[in-house]
Design a protein around this ligand. Structure first.
Ligand code: FEO
Ligand code: CA
Ligand code: CA
Ligand code: CA
Length: 627
């Protein structure tokens, strides 16, 4: 495959290219048997114990979900859209807050050109591309947003002749500096919220920002490089996807598809974990051709220094970000913090790849109000989730005894540790959200075309099970669990499926979705999730927006709101064709929501030049709170 084709792939397709399905294997025969059995039994077997899930009572479809504007939803749900615009309910407004290329400091005024984008010298002085996870902080009364720029689209940013593949070190620098994290002050003015240009709190964090490696892996041989023989200081964070926030008001940025940035210009080194983590001789962006740090024939351990949860203090632009290795290394989606009954810190984390796992970290120490809890993220226990078919589950500790690996190996090659203890392979765990008014948590399992079709990259079985109940799952589902004793540190839980997305206008079996999915609210591929202060669950999609075939009638990507109690789900927002909705936070007075719109197509939002990933604000015209 030519480089220029690699950059066109979605991350899911890139994973597949790294680990293609064999032409025919034993697994196919198992699937064949399952299919013929299901045909014979008329679908009952495909549901298996999943049928019990539907019977839980939380799946009951109600006509109320279609009517809207009552009950817990203070708005009239909207229909689908296929156009190049943002739509919100009647009585609400939205406008663009900041676009890729907008200046964070006056020196970058005019840095963005509709014809050429942004130059390499200005790339770390503007809002980055492809906005993702986002949190708002109160810094001495100022509102400060920390927000990820997940990746760059090389075909949008590089000269057309390059066909999306950097041709020199300057072009690599451009791409690197449009990624990472933006910290920016925002303020409400006469024309709505705006970025406070030149605020002393503004900051860009990129592939080049110096960071500390903390926790058990710090200084270990696995993270030592020629440039950092001590293994304690690393340059940059990359492919920052979802986010989290700590109880002590710092930002957690989550390094997801870091593997694609590495390649080998010479011999591929022998190394544990390259295969499981999707690292091969040719990188996705050709960085290894121009920057030796990304060349694993030169620095075989550099990939071991990425794929972590990284903590950033948004109140201090001079602070050094810290990679928290105790939380494990994988394709981190987000990091949802909760607190155990005894005060220990709990962090839930998904690993977004087909057939990978859901994790939990529990600190050894406890947190009390007013404490800087950073050290609590260096000393604790990591677990992987096991979902039993009877709707119970357990957190399996990843220890030297249970995995046969030492602590450093567990944290560097966490996927292999999870495989060793027999965690449940999942349908691409994306965001986890913990309910602020009830001890329960939700994880979006976005989709998994390989469910029941082939094992994960580590060879672990991905047969259909109760929590991932559909073979070739192109729609996704949201699982939720209630910890035993209402304690997030408990080692067992009960679970159910809050929703199985699907298309009831096309299918009448499991692919129609659960009973709380109907023609009026259907969607696919739940991804971002956040609870608002009232206990409603906001759900953002990153799915198929072609509006045809299995996805006919679903339209563009969307943001929905779910009521955990009734199971009702209604549509709040649709985004321009081609975009996904990603990142959600609220102003301190809860009157304005900030929503990320990633990878739009066409010329949104300017109507000319290039498509520009943006953050928009949404508010109620009557000035009421919205979350
Ligand atoms: Fe970057 Fe899994 O979404
Ligand atoms: Ca995501
Ligand atoms: Ca994305
Ligand atoms: Ca996604």
């Amino acid at each position: 495959m030519a480089d220029k084709d690699l950059v066109d792939l979605s991350w899911d397709e890139f994973d597949e290219a790294r680990d293609p399905r064999p032409e025919e294997n034993q697994f196919d025969q198992v699937v064949e048997r399952a299919i013929s059995r299901r045909g014979f039994l008329g679908g009952a077997l495909a549901f298996g114990s999943g049928a019990a899930v539907f019977g839980s009572g939380l799946m009951s479809s109600t006509t109320a979900a279609r009517a809207g504007g009552h009950g817990k939803f203070p708005f009239h749900p909207i229909g689908t859209a296929t156009d190049a615009a943002v739509h919100v309910p009647e009585g609400y407004k939205s406008q663009v807050l900041v676009r890729w290329g907008d200046a964070l400091w006056s020196e970058a005024d005019g840095a963005y050109s509709p014809e050429t984008g942004v130059s390499a010298d200005m790339a770390d002085k503007v809002f980055g591309e492809n906005t993702d996870g986002m949190e708002l902080f109160d810094v001495d009364g100022k509102e400060v947003i920390a927000v990820n720029s997940e990746y760059v689209n090389p075909k949008i940013n590089l000269p057309a002749a390059s066909e999306g593949v950097p041709q020199n070190a300057d072009e690599v620098k451009l791409l690197k500096n449009l990624q990472g994290v933006t910290v920016m002050e925002v303020a409400l003015g006469d024309a709505g919220y705006a970025v406070v240009k030149d605020s002393p709190l503004n900051r860009r964090i990129t592939h080049e920002t110096e960071m500390t490696i903390a926790g058990p892996l710090a200084g270990h041989a696995l993270v030592q490089t020629k440039a950092d023989p001590a293994g304690t200081v690393v340059k940059g964070t990359m492919n920052n996807c979802g986010s989290g926030r700590t109880l002590w008001n710092t930002y957690l940025t989550c390094e997801e598809n870091f593997n694609g940035y590495f390649g080998a210009t010479g011999d591929m080194p022998e190394g544990e974990g390259y295969k499981r983590y999707g690292i091969k001789g040719k990188g996705r962006y050709a960085y290894e051709q121009f920057d030796p740090r990304y060349d694993i024939s030169n620095e075989p351990n550099e990939p071991h220094r990425h794929g972590f949860i990284t903590e950033i203090d948004p109140s201090d632009p001079t602070s050094t970000p810290v990679k928290r290795t105790a939380l494990g290394r994988f394709k981190h989606e987000n990091a949802e913090m909760a607190q155990a009954k005894d005060g220990r810190i709990v962090v839930y984390m998904g690993d977004d790849e087909r057939g990978e796992y859901l994790y939990r970290y529990v600190s050894n120490g406890i947190w009390t109000e007013g404490q800087d809890g950073g050290d609590l993220l260096n000393d604790g226990q990591l677990y992987v989730a096991k979902f039993n078919d009877d709707q119970t589950g357990e957190w399996l500790a990843l220890t030297p005894e249970t995995t046969g690996m030492d602590t450093a190996e567990i944290l560097c090659f966490t996927r292999m540790a999870a495989s060793a203890v027999g965690g449940t392979t999942m349908d691409r765990p994306e965001w986890v959200a913990s309910n602020p008014v009830k001890v329960e948590a939700y994880c979006a399992l976005t989709n998994n075309k390989n469910r029941g079709v082939k094992p994960n990259a580590g060879g672990d079985d991905t047969a259909v099970n109760a929590v991932n109940p559909r073979e070739t799952n192109n729609y996704g589902q949201i699982v939720r669990w209630t910890p035993a004793d209402e304690n997030h540190a408990a080692d067992s839980f009960a679970w159910d499926l809050y929703v199985m997305a699907g298309n009831p206008t096309i299918h009448s079996d499991a692919y129609a979705g659960s009973a709380n999915v109907n023609e009026g609210n259907m969607f696919n591929s739940p991804d971002g999730m956040a609870f608002d202060s009232t206990g409603l669950l906001w759900i953002q999609t990153d799915g198929n927006y072609k509006n045809e075939g299995d996805f006919a009638g679903m339209g563009n990507n969307q943001m929905l709101v779910g009521d955990p109690e009734s199971g009702e789900i209604v549509r709040f927002m649709t985004v321009p064709y081609g975009a996904e909705v990603t990142g959600l936070c609220w102003s301190l007075d809860r009157k304005v929501a900030f929503v990320g719109i990633q990878h739009p197509k066409g010329q949104w939002p300017d109507g000319n030049g290039k498509p520009r990933s943006s953050v928009v604000t949404v508010w109620r015209e009557d000035g009421a709170t919205i979350g």
